[in-house]
Write a protein that binds this ligand. Structure first.
Ligand code: NAD
Length: 342
């Protein structure tokens, strides 16, 4: 990346889809390897030096970010592969207020779904990223609706999800992305913090899936599909990242999905997990500020030598929710830049 480019230009050009909160972080990360970058983002393979020095790479797929395409292109893509269409399907996205959940909600909308986001965050403001995506949904002929709820509040969850099902007369899918993270050594972890971690990341996901499944079964949904957001941290212990309860919670999510798939398969409901590697979101942004060495350590731990961004999970969300994955259930789709394959 040219040293003549300003920091603002970098942010706008390379990470246009991050919230204002994350742009400074992403910009800092990108500047970290500016010594051998080109003026525009280019595919990673053209950037990598011959020697095995790993560095913090930008995210090549922004080049092809589908959300920046025009509607005609999106419609043409759906027509080419109709099994990826989510037209008119009603999908709940927990944790849909920001980060991975919101980015995936946007992808579902572009594929034609009606999306209801559940989140603990305050109601979105008029200038928020959520509202921008809701406006975009309207222009696509669909809609994105916000519901403020704590996924640990089972009665509220059931009321909201039943209301969504009644309103549309259908319930087709779920992405359970609501989650929290905490980095504390095992010897110092309090029972309260452990309970909270498992309460949100496991029981909250479980009760969200249960609320959605009840409506799917009541309405005799055909081809229901759920995606529980796990993590590569549900499969491995992360070197240098000390969060025992978080990793245990994600392992539990991966196992929970297998059991739910086994129980609900007879109702035509598929349940899978999506396990990302490190993603630049609000969840990780604070960690990069507190531990700058992770800007290089984490990318070095995977085969692509970089972190990922939320939009890199868009396709997986549409694939798992749509008929494109109609014979897939009880599976974990790990997308981690090869982190766990080493
Ligand atoms: N960021 C990463 O590196 C990474 C990697 C692997 C997996 N994940 C998982 O992806 C999912 C999304 O994470 P993210 O990175 O977008 O983080 P994020 O913090 O930006 O998003 C999480 C969302 O969940 C919501 N939430 C938290 N507790 C809630 C509760 N009790 N009730 C309702 N909503 C609640 C938050 O308000 C937030 O909007 C999480 O499950 C996370 O564990 C993240």
């Amino acid at each position: 990346m040219s040293k003549l480019m300003s920091k603002t230009t970098l942010t706008t050009a390379v990470v246009p889809r991050l919230t204002s909160q994350l742009r400074p972080v992403a910009t800092a990360l990108l500047i970290t390897h500016s010594h051998y970058s080109s003026p525009v983002p280019v595919p990673i393979l053209r950037l990598r030096p011959a020697i095995s020095v790993r560095s913090f790479h930008q995210s090549p797929p922004l080049y092809n970010n589908p959300s920046s395409s025009n509607n005609a292109h999106q419609q043409a893509s759906t027509m080419t592969l109709p099994e990826f269409s989510l037209k008119d399907r009603v999908i709940v996205v927990s944790g849909g207020g920001r980060g991975v959940g919101l980015t995936q909600a946007e992808a579902l909308l572009e594929a034609g779904a009606i999306v209801h986001a559940l989140d603990l965050l305050p109601e979105p403001t008029a200038d928020s990223e959520f509202t921008q995506i809701a406006n975009k949904a309207a222009s696509l002929g669909t809609c994105l609706t916000y519901h403020r709820v704590d996924v640990r509040d089972q009665p509220a969850l059931n009321t909201i999800v039943a209301g969504i099902a009644d309103k549309h007369g259908r319930m087709d899918g779920l992405i359970a992305a609501a989650g929290i993270q905490q980095e504390t050594p095992a010897l110092e972890y309090s029972r309260e913090d452990s309970d909270k971690m498992l309460g949100v990341n496991v029981t909250g996901v479980f009760m969200t899936a249960q609320a959605v499944a009840r409506q799917m079964i009541r309405l005799k949904t055909k081809n229901g599909s759920m995606v529980l957001i796990g993590s590569m941290s549900g499969t491995v212990a992360n070197r240098g990242l000390i969060c025992p309860a978080y990793n245990a919670s994600k392992a539990a999510v991966i196992q929970l999905a297998r059991n739910l798939a086994a129980e609900w398969g007879e109702h035509g409901i598929r349940v899978n997990t999506l396990s990302p590697g490190y993603i630049v979101t609000a969840m990780t942004a604070g960690l990069f500020e507190a531990f700058p060495e992770r800007k290089t350590d984490w990318p070095n731990a995977n085969m692509l030598g970089r972190l990922s961004y939320p939009h890199e999970y868009r396709g997986a969300a549409v694939f798992l929710l749509s008929d494109a994955s109609s014979f897939m259930t009880g599976a974990d789709l790990r997308i981690d830049g090869g982190h766990c394959a080493w």
